[in-house]
Write a protein that binds this ligand. Structure first.
Ligand code: PMP
Length: 444
């Protein structure tokens, strides 16, 4: 077995270019985990080591790991019809049923879905559909997309260009034009930018209801209402990116529901299948849908091979059935409150825990050198906490963009109170250990 694991590690180093990973670390040490099994909130690696998946992997495994019923549905659909095209008006049963189901659960008048294979494709699709919409409406100058400074929208060319977090954009030195970055949660700054750029040049404003990769930033209560009014006033489309916040994550079906606002377009992915298949999409309002139908006389020239993939759509339908029948949205709300209470206890017991926040099961802990002044450490310590937590059986993530020193977590919605307590205990031990190491470092 050891020899087999060693061989796998060597093959990984030699042949696997990992997504969003430190390549030198991988080349030196190989993969940090080779996961082989999952059950509920737990993941197990090839060496039999078990960890709590405090991130739902990539904020997506909402119903938890190891659900046999998902495999059964996938097998049934694959055996009957694994794939057929949705181009040229071809269709299939799971895609039709899922589109109808989404119209049923989505906020307000969002009624039609364009399917993709993930979040990045969904964002690129949204920007293209928004611009195409204005072309059809006879306003082709409306093409700029306004996005926020701490946003993350994915890694396709449009999605990267829309991502406010600069390191992602600096990765490549040529981006898509016509993206503008506005101060993170200021509706006033949005208004000023629109005035400055000219509303007749702007297609849409895009925002995550709660920013995920940027550090779990929760907007002030009135923010999205004001944004909605501004979009209406200046005739822009409002796009929400619900790729993380959709399907129960924040304790409501969709994150924007906390703000009682309905966007014109809504991107989704991740939690729609809980990671059991690759699927995303963009929902558009009934009004936009009718306008497309009225003005688009030719072919809608945008489509992915896997748009409306029958197996992925059947898996999504089963996933939504599970989320609803097991009341996982309510559970996210309740367990989210438990998690936040745990964070607050950490704030009391650990001298380096600063601000804590959570909405449903999406949470963040800021690390500070001084709780009173919120002074940061010179070098971020969150990555040390993440590495140490993994050794103690908990996988979470650090965010160090923009001078942040933040831990973020988003466990599966099936998590129970005991497992939340376990997470908090591991966090307390880990943060203490890192604090002691740090103090030793400055003393000697
Ligand atoms: N939008 C948001 C808000 C995301 O968090 C992500 C992924 N973390 C994406 C888009 C991109 O999704 P994908 O990785 O599936 O392309």
């Amino acid at each position: 077995m050891n020899q087999y694991i060693h061989e796998l590690e060597e093959l990984d180093k030699k042949h696997f270019l990992h997504p969003t990973s430190p390549i030198q670390q991988q080349q030196q040490h190989g993969p940090s985990f080779i996961f082989t099994k999952g059950e509920g909130v737990m993941l197990e690696d090839i060496k039999g080591y078990k960890v709590i998946d405090g991130m739902s992997s990539l904020w997506n495994v909402n119903i938890g790991h190891g659900r046999e019923e998902m495999g059964k549905v996938a097998l049934e659909q694959m055996s009957k019809l694994a794939f057929s095209s949705c181009f040229a008006t071809f269709s299939n049963e799971p895609a039709i049923k899922l589109a109808a189901k989404l119209a049923d659960v989505a906020p307000g008048h969002l009624s039609a879905t364009f399917f993709t294979s993930g979040g990045s494709e969904s964002n690129d699709t949204a920007y293209k559909l928004a611009r195409h919409y204005w072309i059809l409406k006879g306003l082709p100058k409306k093409k700029k997309i306004i996005t926020r400074t701490k946003s993350y929208h994915g890694v396709a060319m449009g999605a990267t260009s829309a991502t406010g977090l600069k390191p992602f954009r600096d990765f490549t030195n040529s981006l898509a034009p016509d993206f503008h970055y506005v101060e993170n949660t200021s509706s006033e700054a949005l208004r000023q930018m629109i005035e400055l750029e000219g509303p007749d040049t702007i297609a849409a404003f895009v925002a995550e209801p709660v920013q995920g990769a940027g550090g779990v930033h929760i907007a002030p209560d009135n923010y999205f209402k004001e944004v909605r009014d501004i979009c209406d006033e200046y005739n822009l489309l409002m796009i929400t990116d619900e790729v993380i916040t959709g399907f129960g994550r924040t304790g409501t079906y969709f994150g924007i529901e906390h703000y009682d606002v309905v966007p014109d377009m809504m991107c989704f992915a991740k939690g729609v299948t809980s990671g059991y298949a690759q699927l995303g999409g963009v929902m558009i309002s009934e009004r936009m849908h009718q306008d497309f139908a009225k003005h688009s006389t030719g072919t809608l020239l945008h489509g992915y091979t896997y748009s409306g993939h029958p197996m992925a759509c059947s898996v999504a339908l089963k996933n939504l059935e599970i989320i609803e029948s097991e009341n996982l949205i309510d559970r996210a709300k309740q367990m989210g409150a438990e998690m936040l209470a745990g964070f607050k206890a950490l704030q009391k017991s650990q001298s380096i825990v600063g601000e804590v926040r959570a909405l449903g099961l999406m949470g963040a802990i800021e690390l500070v050198k001084d709780q009173d002044t919120n002074e940061r450490f010179q070098e971020p310590v969150a990555p040390l906490v993440v590495a140490e937590a993994a050794k103690r059986g908990l996988v979470i993530r650090s965010v160090v963009f923009d001078g942040q020193d933040t831990l973020v977590m988003a466990p599966p919605l099936v998590i129970n109170k005991e497992e939340i307590n376990q997470m908090i205990t591991i966090l307390a031990e880990t943060i203490s250990a890192v604090e002691i190491t740090y103090k030793k470092g400055i003393e000697g």
